[in-house]
Design a protein around this ligand. Structure first.
Ligand code: ADP
Length: 546
């Protein structure tokens, strides 16, 4: 007779835990390498075996210093092996790693550290002058210094290496936790109001890591060599460090050296198979590389076959084409600190495997398809969901187990979360029948001209497709008749001058209507960058107020 009793799963109820990834790396990949570039540009090599031992020593050292479950430990650090140890060692001891953005103004860093109630701080010795600017504004109980330069760690700071040497990592026991307990936190940039804290859990981090490593996302394998240029304080380097430890792939950390020359040297010496960074990093890199082919041929060789995960801002199609010429495929991702951050990836879906290259480039220049576990809807101004027809636009709203449902110590408000609990991203996009998201703009960057919207992203991408243009950023300027009009700030390639008529002809040929053309052009020497290396439109608006 059929039972009417509901059947229960027979699966074990095991909480997801970062500690599992650490144990895995230590036991399965002990000889795989983690390479870091030090401030003096030398390379230091560790194995995952050493990483495992050192991370457990760090966790024990933090417990010996009195760390309690849930205590925040801030990091003020570049990308390197010791920062990776913090990624795992702090949660292993029950703490919450809080990465501070070292490119922010000192007072802003202090505000963020105080908002997060950071108890301890771990800092690179080369960043002590920055710490000196805000230490007096904070209440760090202990300050631990990574001694990279060889100089003695100043009293009363603690020497990271000395702490590890004294700690008994062998007998370290993981602090018990639930899968929803916090492991790390990052603050959103304060471009609109005060920065806000996003707190990630064991569970959200593990799920994001598994999704990120999928074939249609990073496709991370143990044989990969990963160069994370994205700072470890920018949405946890997009979650890549966790994926690397899970798969045991080789890591190559650039340390503080992010100049194109330095990155090209590193790529020549330790060729990566996967890299990640914001578009401006790769714009600078390709310009330097292509110029070197004329001036110093053979100095560098781009690692053909490398995949490059680029996101954080719209990726111009011209950039994708430029890298493909050298055998490097750019995989665009869209997301935010609030989304862990990977929410969509533009990968070649099977229905496009026979598509023309033009179509593949066009799709690669879109934000892409939602990753598993992330639901996306586009809310139109009328409060209805915009259809996925590639035409209608709406605000992207997202929902899922690695999307934040609130901000640290901030009451949930309707301008950030919908009534039914979806995150309102402030990004405007369309979606087509294939599920490809195309970002039109951030709500605040859209240009409203005579009642019609003009996408600054579309204009920028088209301008950057012109052979004379190195970089272009478009902002709205107030206009008595049309309310707003586009102003294009253009950085020309070396030896080229701003040719407004030529650029307008180029835009018209790209399909822009006459009324969408920039009202004005300004030649500038560089587009100002935000603390995470993106185009800083707020600064441009200050530079060109009207
Ligand atoms: P912030 O840029 O404010 O420092 P985040 O790094 O969290 O903070 O940035 C998230 C924002 O970056 C998104 O809301 C979106 O506007 C932009 N962004 C991220 N990826 C893309 C992309 N592929 N295309 C266009 N915009 C993007």
């Amino acid at each position: 007779m059929a039972s009417t009793r509901p059947i229960r799963s027979t699966m074990m109820n095991v909480p997801l835990s970062l500690n599992h990834l650490l144990e895995r790396a230590g036991h399965l990949f002990p000889s795989n390498e983690i390479v870091s570039r030090l401030p003096d540009k030398s390379l230091v090599r560790h194995t995952y075996g050493q990483f495992y031992g050192r991370t457990r020593q760090l966790a024990q050292a933090l417990l010996d210093l009195g760390l309690q479950p849930g205590d925040r430990v801030a990091t003020l650090s570049w990308n390197h092996h010791a920062h990776l140890e913090c990624y795992f060692g702090i949660p292993a001891a029950g703490g919450v790693m809080h990465t501070l953005n070292l490119r922010l103004a000192a007072e802003e860093i202090a505000w963020i550290a105080n908002d997060a109630q950071d108890r301890f701080l771990v800092v690179d010795d080369v960043l002590l002058p920055l710490l000196a600017q805000f230490q007096g504004l904070c209440n760090f109980e202990k300050i631990i210094v990574f001694p990279f330069s060889g100089a003695a760690v100043p009293i009363p700071f603690l020497d990271y290496e000395a702490l590890l040497a004294q700690a008994d990592g062998e007998n370290f026991r993981y602090v018990a936790h639930e899968e929803d307990d916090a492991v790390s936190m990052c603050y959103t940039s304060g471009t609109t109001g005060k920065p806000k804290g996003v707190v990630y859990s064991h569970r959200s981090t593990l799920l994001h890591t598994l999704v990120g490593c999928m074939g249609d996302c990073w496709a991370l394998r143990s044989s990969d060599v990963v160069l994370p240029v994205t700072p470890m304080f920018h949405a946890n380097s997009w979650g890549m460090p966790y994926g690397a430890v899970m798969t045991g792939c080789k890591l190559v950390f650039p340390g503080p050296h992010l100049h194109p020359d330095d990155l090209l040297d590193l790529m020549r010496d330790e060729p990566p198979t996967l890299s990640l960074g914001v578009p401006t990093i790769w714009m600078g890199l390709i310009q330097t590389y292509e110029a070197s082919l004329l001036t110093h041929p053979g100095r560098w060789k781009l690692p053909a076959g490398m995949r490059s995960l680029v996101g954080g801002a719209a990726v111009p199609e011209a950039l994708i084409r430029a890298f493909d010429k050298h055998g490097i495929w750019i995989l665009q991702g869209w997301g935010m600190t609030e989304t862990s951050p990977l929410a969509t990836v533009s990968y070649p879906k099977s229905e496009f495997k026979d598509a023309s290259m033009d179509e593949r480039y066009r799709r690669a220049a879109m934000a892409g398809v939602p990753v598993p576990l992330v639901d996306i809807r586009l809310r139109g101004e009328d409060g209805q969901d915009a259809p996925w027809d590639g035409q209608h636009v709406g605000e992207i709203q997202v929902h899922g187990p690695f999307i934040t449902g609130s901000y640290h110590q901030v009451p949930v408000s309707e301008d950030k979360f919908s009534i039914d609990g979806w995150l309102r991203t402030g990004d405007v996009a369309s979606m087509d029948t294939h599920g490809f998201v195309r970002i039109t703009d951030r709500t605040k960057d859209l240009i409203k001209s005579g009642g019609e919207w003009i996408s600054s992203v579309d204009l920028e991408n088209a301008l950057m497709g012109h052979p004379d243009v190195a970089e272009a950023a478009v902002i709205a300027i107030p206009d008595a008749k049309w309310s707003e009009r586009p102003l294009a700030c253009v950085v020309c390639k070396p030896g080229k001058t701003l040719d407004e008529a030529g650029l307008n002809t180029h835009l018209l040929a790209q399909g822009f209507a006459k009324w969408q053309l920039p009202e004005r052009y300004e030649a500038i020497t560089a587009v100002p960058r935000t603390s995470t290396g993106k185009f800083y439109k707020l600064k441009l608006r200050e530079m060109f107020p009207a």
